[in-house]
Design a protein around this ligand. Sequence first.
Ligand code: HEC
Ligand code: HEC
Length: 190
Amino acid sequence: MRLFLVAAFAVTLAAGATAAPSIEACTGCHGAGTSQSEGVPSLGGMPAVYVTNQLFMFREGQRKAEPMNALAEPMSDEDLQAYAAAIVALPPPAYEGEPGEPARMARAEAAIGKHRCASCHGRDLGGDKGIPRIAGQREEYLGRTLSAYKTSERAGFDPQMNEVAGELSAAEIADLAYALARRAPGPAKP
Ligand code: HEC
Ligand code: HEC
């Protein structure tokens, strides 16, 4: 399945999709704004600058995660921007599960205050420019990526997030991922 999608995408690029890229190969994994796939982040309503930066880092091998390194590898700078613009124009994700358990949500709110997440990610945690929207993101993706910043397995475009994550305990990461996934994402800031 994965290999097939990667191959289909390469064909799309070869056909010269620079101006108005077909994002069908992307939405097959990422969904139409809301990802339904384990481990795959939702990208609807993300700031375009952040998404462009991440595609750049995937292409340059500065952020390592298959299949994204292979997918970004053939992209020109214009492609990076065009794919980012197209994918962030999809609607922000909607959480449809059970509401959060109050005690856990309160613990996470305390961690959000203590580590000043909103000072960078915005009051609604919706991000802006180079800073991602984290409200409404998938729980298991959030947990994994925060742990990866902590160990520096994931390098940020700048080191700010690695510094923040270095101070988070494993329990805080689990609570934050749980609560952020259940937060309304707020309006897009493309
Ligand atoms: C085969 C599945 C698959 C396809 C197809 C795919 N992605 Fe991804 N994408 C992923 C996974 C998995 C991750 C998470 C990587 C990680 O673990 O850090 C990801 C991560 C990303 C990220 C980082 C998001 C963030 O919040 O930091 C961006 C941006 C992205 N993909 C854009 C795209 C675009 C644009 C396309 C189409 C050209 C695409 N992806 C196609 C699976 C896919
Ligand atoms: C000093 C500013 C700053 C603070 C404070 C901060 N962040 Fe970040 N955060 C960033 C930046 C910048 C990025 C993008 C880094 C990159 O390029 O990978 C980021 C990325 C992230 C990501 C990756 C999202 C994705 O889609 O892959 C998550 C999750 C995240 N931050 C959560 C948090 C949480 C939770 C807190 C509070 C505990 C927090 N951040 C505090 C600046 C900050």
